[in-house]
Design a protein around this ligand. Structure first.
Ligand code: FAD
Length: 477
């Protein structure tokens, strides 16, 4: 007899594992199916985020920032390190250790919450009565399970360039970019998005010459223009990344030990560059391959995303989908919150996610983080707004840290003073943005932030000053 569940989640990334834990907490008999295997061929929970995404990238970013601190920042503190050496294999080992600690932690959480963890490829094959039938295929073994509810959380995989399939030796996706065994002399990165910038800056700080090639007509078009401009200046002038935009990528030819990329710029000028490694970070595609039998009729849009409504319901009874496999930003925290909300909806609760208040973070140095509307979006929508901006330069804590680049910008409605967007480039922007998210979630005004006591000396004082600046009463500007 096949195993029977109330809820089966397909995918154990931050959308799926969180959905499974929450469903189990709510009293449902829950299973989570995942097919991911790590480089040792072992099943590893946590999806892209924990295995080959958010977590390992942040571990390597920190290692590379430590190298930069020793090389360029310690001297200002009167600290001299002679003969500084670093060992990439040790950095990778540390990164792998963090990944395995966290991925094993999910196994522990599954056991604690009595979530049945099933390894293999999950596929919805049909419906008998009010139960969905799923196949779980692991090698030659096929197990059939049945369930009342299905939560699809199968995530995404990197989009590839047809002329340069990823081999993770010369042409690398995120997985390969996080495991380069030695610093390449010349590193090419196609795509100046979050992943391209984070990976490019890791290897640049470790000594590679890094050239980022971008097809879009500008740099970081999703960000507020002032943030993008400041980031471009810091990344090119201070860090030394070469960033070229408005390009059309042509032939890519793999040699024995290098890759040649041909491209043209916006004026039609042709270029050829040779790299020792090439990272391709041009976006990600939803994982819907072989996910449901055709007869099931799982609705997909023209780009392959599972079609859901605002509550993550598909048009099939009791079939839900969350995370990267559905519309919206490909962010781990968005996936997790959708996972929680779906489990609670299955339990008859009425959770709500405000997608306008999902924070974005890019973990470069300095970090960038934002929530809400950009200034250019407000202008395009004809919304009247007031603006406050404060640099980290005069902030005492930033000076102490030696991290004074960047600023905080707050945008508030001209009529109601409600905060419409907060944009930060600077130290610990990833942590600072949460104050803005909380404020916006509670419909706060800039005046609310201006009236809150902020600890001194702290980076959050820059947010406080930006709020005061909205009303043109900044105390330090
Ligand atoms: P995933 O994490 O992709 O998990 C899906 C899981 O389902 C995978 O294990 C997959 O193998 C499995 N699966 C797929 N199909 C099946 C099937 N049919 N049967 C069984 N299992 C299946 N986001 C952030 O918010 N912050 C960051 O700092 C950040 N950094 C990133 C850095 C990199 C290099 C990358 C690549 C991504 C980063 N992201 C970041 C994005 C983040 O990783 C994703 O948004 C997040 O992992 C999406 O979660 P998910 O649960 O939807 O899918």
């Amino acid at each position: 007899m096949s195993k029977s569940f109330d809820v089966v989640v397909i995918g154990a990334g931050p959308g799926g594992y969180i959905a499974a834990i929450r469903a189990a907490q709510l009293g449902f008999n829950t299973a989570c199916i995942d097919e991911f295997k790590n480089k040792e061929g072992k099943a590893s929970l946590g999806g892209t985020c924990l295995n080959v995404g958010c977590i390992p990238s942040k571990a390597l970013l920190e290692s590379s920032e430590n190298v930069e601190r020793v090389e360029h920042k310690f001297a200002a503190h009167g600290i001299t390190v002679e003969g500084m050496k670093f060992d990439v294999s040790k950095m990778l080992e540390r990164k792998n250790g963090i990944v395995s600690k966290l991925t094993q932690g999910i196994g522990y959480l599954f056991k604690k919450n009595k979530v049945d963890s099933l390894h293999g490829h999950g596929k919805i094959v049909g419906r008998v009565g009010d139960k969905w039938q799923l196949e779980v295929t692991d090698g030659d073994q096929v197990e059939v399970v049945e369930t009342t509810h299905v939560i699809i959380a199968t995530g995404s995989t990197p989009r590839q360039l047809p002329q340069a399939p990823v081999d993770n030796i010369l042409v690398l996706d995120n997985d390969g970019a996080l495991s380069i065994p030695a610093v390449p002399k010349r590193l090419g990165v196609i795509g100046a998005g979050v992943i391209g910038l984070e990976m490019g800056s890791v290897w640049k700080r470790l000594g590679a010459e890094v050239t980022i090639l971008e097809g879009a007509p500008g740099f970081l078009l999703a960000a507020d223009e002032a943030i993008a401009k400041e980031a471009h200046k810091i990344f090119t002038k201070d860090l030394g990344l070469v960033i070229k935009t408005s390009l059309k990528i042509g032939n890519i030819t793999k040699g024995e030990n290098d890759v040649t990329v041909e491209y043209t710029d916006g004026e039609g000028n042709a270029f050829t560059e040779v790299f020792d490694k090439l990272i391709v970070s041009i976006g990600r595609l939803p994982n819907t391959w072989n996910l449901a039998a055709e007869s099931v009729g799982l609705p997909l849009d023209e780009r392959g995303y599972v079609i859901v409504d605002g509550d993550c319901r598909t048009n099939l009874p009791n079939v839900w989908a969350v995370g990267d496999v559905v519309r919206g930003p490909m962010l781990a925290h968005k996936a997790s919150e959708e996972g929680v909300a779906v489990a609670e909806r299955i339990a008859g609760q009425h959770p709500h996610i405000d997608f306008n208040n999902v924070p974005w973070v890019i973990y470069t140095s300095p970090e960038m983080a934002w929530v809400g509307k950009t200034e250019q979006a407000l202008k395009a929508e004809g919304v009247e707004y007031r603006k406050g901006q404060f640099p980290f330069g005069p902030n005492g804590r930033a000076l102490g840290l030696g991290e004074t680049a960047g600023f905080v910008k707050m945008l508030a409605c001209a009529k109601t003073d409600r905060i419409l967007g907060v944009h930060i480039i600077g130290p610990f922007a990833s942590e600072l943005i949460t104050e803005a998210v909380v404020a916006m979630e509670f419909n706060a005004s800039s005046e609310d932030i201006a009236r809150i006591v902020h600890a001194h000396p702290s980076l959050s004082e820059a947010l406080h000053e930006a709020a005061l600046g909205v009303d043109k009463r900044g105390l330090h500007s």
